[in-house]
Design a protein. Structure first.
Length: 265
């Protein structure tokens, strides 16, 4: 029974930033699948949701093979994470609902972990990358879907296909603003404003992160430098001890010689 539940419960290690990011993307994907299955949306919106879910599936699949490549025991990893691979298969709604198990597993790990702040602080780079990935996918998903819904069927609107909605969301969040696609409704303008503000904040975080990567020394470099300093100090101390030992032995020899000279006299 314990082996059957290994993929659900892994109490030995707290969740990593990557696992938390995959959990949030799984939750977003489940919402997309539920809308596709039960929502009353038009053909273009449904096609857009399918494209978004397919992109999330590619992220899941890439993460699965990356973690499999890093795992020391690949057989054990496959036994404990096979549900992640099944949930990454696109175009099959029934299998996509298996992502609920991934969410439940990470939630159980969070509940068993007393504090998530310390692991996150120890893995700042991974946490930053994971947060940026989740934020990007979430903003693109909601902005493209909402703008397509509010612009579809409006006179003079040019965002009326799944491709144009995704392209508009990408251009807007990057603050490039080509102007080939633009909203014409008030609701569309509000959505565009929110996306622009999010995009400025998003790329501001990226700029700060890249600056910290190139300017601040890496943790491994800090550790190597600290280890080298300790090693150098130990070598100096050992040399001093050897010198003192040699001096002490020389003084002992002189004392012995002096004692022998006194005896002979």
């Amino acid at each position: 029974m314990a082996n059957k539940k290994r993929w659900i419960l892994q109490p030995e290690t707290p969740p990593t930033p990557g696992q938390l990011a995959m959990m949030l993307l799984s939750l977003l994907s489940v919402i997309v699948v539920l809308v596709l299955t039960f929502g009353r949306v038009d053909g273009e919106t449904k096609r857009l949701l399918f494209m978004i879910d397919f992109s999330i599936c590619l992220i899941f699949m890439s993460n699965f093979f990356y973690e499999l490549f890093k795992a020391s025991g690949k057989t054990d990893y496959l036994k404990s994470h096979w549900i992640d691979f099944v949930a990454s298969i696109p175009a099959i709604e029934a299998l996509r609902m298996a992502r609920l198990f991934q969410i439940l597993r990470v939630i159980r790990l969070i509940r068993m972990t007393r504090s998530l702040i310390v692991p996150m602080l120890k893995q700042r780079k991974q946490a930053t990358i994971a947060s940026l990935l989740v934020a990007l996918i979430t903003i693109l998903t909601f902005s493209s879907v909402l703008v397509l819904i509010v612009e579809s069927g409006v006179e003079g609107a040019n965002i009326d296909t799944a491709e144009s909605a995704i392209w508009w969301a990408l251009v807007t969040i990057s603050t490039v603003g080509y102007g080939d696609y633009y909203p014409v409704t008030t609701a569309g303008h509000i959505i565009g404003g929110v996306v622009i503000v999010c995009g400025v904040s998003f790329f501001g975080v990226i700029s700060g992160y890249m600056a910290s990567v190139f300017v601040s020394p890496d943790e491994a470099e800090k550790l190597d430098s600290h280890t080298e300093e300790i090693r150098s100090e130990l070598n100096i101390s050992l040399r001093r001890m050897e010198d003192n030992q040699q001096k002490l032995l020389a003084e002992i020899d002189e004392l012995k010689q002096a004692i022998q000279d006194n005896k002979s006299d």
